[in-house]
Design a binder for this molecule. Structure first.
Ligand code: HEC
Length: 211
């Protein structure tokens, strides 16, 4: 065999390995889907008018989990927890014929929306209770224990645990906290917030600018 042929085979193998590895990393990266914040908005916006409450087109309702997991008119299961491939819902939202595709006779769901629904079913199609009925839980502030979190402004800027939650969302967006406003401005803001009026001269004198 010629040398260039060896090289070609080697190159092909490397490409396959790289593609395989990135596919693996990407699939591992699919994070846990949250029903209330990710799935429900799609269903409410795109499906519920025809599949919930009063209207149950195709004998299929998305209002409660027990209904959504029951057999629809066709005799098929729209949602098979853990198994998107055998979930009729996924088949119906990915068809190309607008007569058969859901949402019925409307623009198809976006790629991202389809991925969310697919991942959600793959992860067991968990239903979320309305947040008002979920007991309050202690939620550890992000970054309190991790040293990687402390970079840039992070920890130096954060004055309390609420700041930790805020910085945790700002950082991945590339946002930086604004510099603190002058004390006179802070006083004016809090006064307008609490009383609807600017601070009195006496209050301003009691809250002087930093020496
Ligand atoms: C404008 C009304 C409308 C909207 C919006 C709509 N559907 Fe449907 N859907 C229908 C009708 C009508 C049928 C029954 C006829 C059929 O099966 O094509 C149906 C049937 C279905 C079925 C098959 C039930 C069976 O018998 O197997 C599934 C699954 C489904 N819809 C899912 C969805 C999902 C998911 C959405 C949102 C992304 C959606 N639909 C949005 C009208 C709608």
């Amino acid at each position: 065999m010629h040398r260039w042929k060896h090289k070609k085979i080697l190159l092909t193998f490397s490409i396959i390995i790289v593609i395989g590895a990135s596919a693996f990393i990407m699939s591992a990266n699919h994070s846990a889907i949250d029903f209330n914040t990710q799935v429900k908005p799609i269903l409410n916006k795109k499906c519920i008018v025809c599949h919930g409450g009063v209207k149950r087109q195709g004998d299929f309702s998305l209002l409660f989990r027990i209904d959504a997991l029951s057999k629809a008119k066709s005799g098929k299961l729209a949602i098979v927890p853990g198994d998107p491939v055998h979930s009729e819902l996924i088949r119906r939202i990915t068809l190309s014929d607008p007569e058969d595709r859901m949402p019925y006779k409307q623009a198809p769901l976006s790629k991202e929306e389809i991925e969310v629904l697919r991942d959600w079913i793959k992860q067991g199609a968990k239903w979320g209770d309305h947040w008002a009925y979920v007991p309050v839980q202690d939620m550890p502030a992000p970054g309190l224990k991790s040293s990687a979190w402390h970079d840039d402004i992070g920890i130096g800027w954060a004055k309390n645990e609420i700041d930790h939650f805020i910085w945790d969302k700002m950082k991945p967006m590339g946002l930086k906290p604004s510099p603190e406003a002058p004390r006179a401005t802070l006083l004016r803001r809090v006064s307008l917030d609490l009383t609807g009026l600017p601070p009195s001269p006496a209050q301003a004198a009691a809250f002087p600018p930093h020496p």
